[in-house]
Ligand binder design. Structure first.
Ligand code: ASP
Length: 340
């Protein structure tokens, strides 16, 4: 397999540029973005230095169309009564297949030019979970995370062991080049234009009020070989608990691991009696900002309060559900920048 060697300074520059520009200080009001009743879904496609000034209109249109398509498909499945974990995997698989996002096809590469993928899923009712990391040949990492949850007595499989399990599950291996798009190829030469890609995530509430969450990523551009980010670390990048919230994060993973962000939001809700919106704001704007840890998270609680909060410039995001107190139809929101 041909490996692309990136100059070390190039990689570190990319990582620095992605997440260390001054963290956004503006706090939005501490209220949920939406209050949904019935089945509802929130997705993200990554956070980072995403501004109108550096976004090409064609790219913006593609991203908005893609988020819309995925939201509609996920919401329709939930509304049909499809199993919440099936919906989580379906939505993440769609985003993994979309080269616009840093998961599956279109994933960023490590310092050796190899895509290494991480994912996790979690069920809020049972608190069962599955996670995988360091995959180089699995097209749908979130589906494999789900298989770890359902078909093993373990929670977290990595590298070759995880891939061996994938083949036993009947998945077909793909070449690592399968993940590398032309756009990513250009990114090596002109990465500065291409810094907007992101991890993908989903949180859902089903018709019975049970929650689920999942996240999938290629990690961070130019990461060290073997580096694992927050995404497959349950409690850091992903967590779901019906007694708190379903959370999926995106951002500079090292900070999200250190602060156990997804679980910290849950703990603040369950033990500190904060609302989902309060807990998310505190973690992003106080805890992470204090460390210059950039990123965002989406969340939903069992009452249908939904949030999409970020301390970076932008976050690809969307939500769909019937607003409480209305008779429907379902409202669909898609946003990219702080002012949508
Ligand atoms: N959180 C991911 C990681 O650190 C990257 C991202 O969300 O863009 O691996």
């Amino acid at each position: 397999m041909k490996r692309l060697i990136l100059p070390a300074f190039f990689c570190s520059l990319a990582v620095v540029f992605l997440f260390t520009s001054a963290a956004r200080q503006i706090k939005s009001p501490i209220a949920p973005d939406f209050h949904f009743e019935g089945p509802s879904i929130v997705i993200h496609g990554g956070a980072g230095t995403i501004t109108r000034a550096n976004m090409r209109p064609e790219m913006e249109a593609l991203v908005r169309a893609s988020l819309t398509r995925v939201l509609d498909s996920g919401y329709a499945a939930l509304a049909r009564g499809e199993d919440r974990m099936d919906v989580v995997v379906r939505v993440l698989s769609m985003l993994e297949d979309d080269s616009l996002f840093n998961a599956g096809i279109g994933a960023v590469v490590n310092a050796e030019g190899v895509a290494e993928l991480d994912a996790s899923v979690m069920d809020g009712m049972t608190r069962k979970a599955g996670a995988v990391a360091g995959l180089q040949h699995v097209a749908h990492p979130a589906a494999l995370a789900r298989a770890v949850m359902d078909h093993t007595s373990h929670v977290f499989l990595i590298g070759e062991g995880a891939e061996q399990f994938a083949w036993e599950e009947g998945m077909d291996p793909v070449q690592n080049a399968y993940f590398l798009t032309k756009r990513r190829g250009k990114q090596y030469q002109n990465w500065i234009e291409q810094h907007k890609k992101g991890t993908v995530g989903v949180v859902v509430k089903d018709a019975q009020g049970h929650l689920a969450a999942g996240t999938s990523t290629g990690g961070m551009m130019g990461k060290q070989w073997g580096r694992v980010g927050d995404v497959p670390v349950l409690g850091a990048g992903t967590y779901a608990d019906d007694r708190g919230a379903a959370i999926s994060c995106t951002g500079h993973g090292e900070y999200f691991i250190r602060e156990a962000v997804a679980y910290q939001v849950n703990a603040r809700m369950q033990f500190g009696h904060e609302s989902l919106a309060q807990a998310a704001h505190t973690v992003l704007f106080d805890v992470l900002n204090a460390q210059q840890g950039q990123g965002g998270l989406i969340g939903i609680d069992a009452q249908g309060h939904a949030i999409m909060t970020f301390n970076s410039e932008g976050m690809y995001r969307g939500a769909k559900g019937v607003l409480t107190g209305t008779q429907g139809p379902a409202l669909r929101f898609v946003g990219i920048y702080a002012d949508q």
